[in-house]
Design a protein around this ligand. Structure first.
Ligand code: NAP
Length: 283
């Protein structure tokens, strides 16, 4: 779908870019010609990921950043400009999540998740947006989730934060359209990452239950989600703004009562293109 080098000479910041989806997005963008900045709190996540990309010939920089702190997000943007001379793309992927019924949430947990997911996304949008405005434009891609509109029992902290991220996406898309900035989002369904496996479906039984609720009968592959991200930030999507693309195998629509239940995951279809290399936490 994406012609080779479609992101040539673009510079992209990916928060949470050292693990899971963020790492695959960085690799996908890099393979399409972008230089990438991986930003998260733990250097042990982003530095090896940046070295791995560099070994593939992708210009990559790791910048230790806590998105909750607006001083740090401004520093992250400055570091990108200092190293690569420009900033074209921001992907707000950093998040924290776990399953806990609302009445049993520790006192500070709701605010903590809002702080990472919603406040963190805003901090990064503002820091990057100011720079993009000064340079004539750019693209911001926010990672939401379908429970932003369906609700997410057991994850009220994350669902409420992601709903805020959607409102923020649509609001900034309109506010910043005249400044040349597109603001878009994706809502992925479940995909494997170490974070998700540890905190969202810690048992095979639960994972199977989640899988069976998906009409297409399987989790997303991270590279499938990463390819959709590449499309949305590319010029092929130049007329799309304020939109959220759902990538969930039909999950949010529900299975209905008449559809046949997939007893087994569907067979793996041989792909012609070489798949992205799996990283350490793929499932
Ligand atoms: P993950 O591997 O657990 O990654 C989360 C990333 O966020 C980590 O790299 C973490 O790095 C970073 N992070 C957390 N707090 C941060 C902070 N305060 N400042 C900067 N970085 C921070 O997650 P994933 O499963 O790949 O999910 C990626 C995105 O997809 C998230 O937005 C998630 O909500 C969304 N999503 C996931 C699923 C799923 O099924 N997995 C479904 C729908 C939506 P550090 O620890 O180094 O900070």
């Amino acid at each position: 779908m994406s012609p080779e080098r479609t992101l040539r000479s673009r510079v992209a910041i990916i928060t949470g870019g050292g693990t899971g989806l963020g790492r695959d997005v960085a690799r996908q963008f890099g393979r399409l010609g972008a230089s990438v900045v991986l930003a998260s709190r733990d250097p042990a996540h982003i530095e090896p990921a940046a070295s791995e990309l560099a070994a593939e010939g992708i210009p990559a920089l790791a910048v230790t950043t806590d998105v909750r702190d607006h001083h740090q997000t401004r520093r992250m943007v400055r570091a990108a400009i200092e190293r690569f001379g420009r900033l074209d793309i921001l992907v707000n992927n950093a998040a924290g999540n776990f399953i806990r019924p609302a009445e049993r949430l520790p006192e500070t947990a709701f605010a903590n998740v809002v702080d990472i997911v919603l406040n963190g996304t805003f901090n990064c949008c503002r820091a990057a947006g100011r720079e993009m405005m000064a340079r004539g434009g750019g693209v911001i891609l926010n990672i939401a989730a379908t429970y932003a509109w369906t609700g997410g029992p057991g994850t009220v902290h994350s669902a409420a934060s992601k709903a805020g991220v959607l409102a923020l996406t649509r609001t900034l898309a309109v506010e910043w359209a005249s400044r040349g900035i597109r603001v878009v989002a994706i809502a992925p369904g479940p995909f494997d990452s170490r974070g998700a496996a540890d905190r969202l479906w810690p048992s095979e039984e639960l994972k199977e239950k989640v899988r069976r609720a998906i009409p297409l009968g399987r989790f997303a592959r991270r590279e499938e989600v990463a390819r959709a991200c590449a499309f949305l930030v590319s010029d092929a999507a130049a007329y799309i703004t304020g939109e959220c693309l759902t990538i969930d195998g039909g999950g949010w629509l529900g299975r209905g009562v008449l559809a046949e239940e997939p007893s087994q995951p569907p067979p793996v279809i041989k792909r012609r293109r070489r798949p992205l290399a799996e990283d350490e936490d793929s499932g």
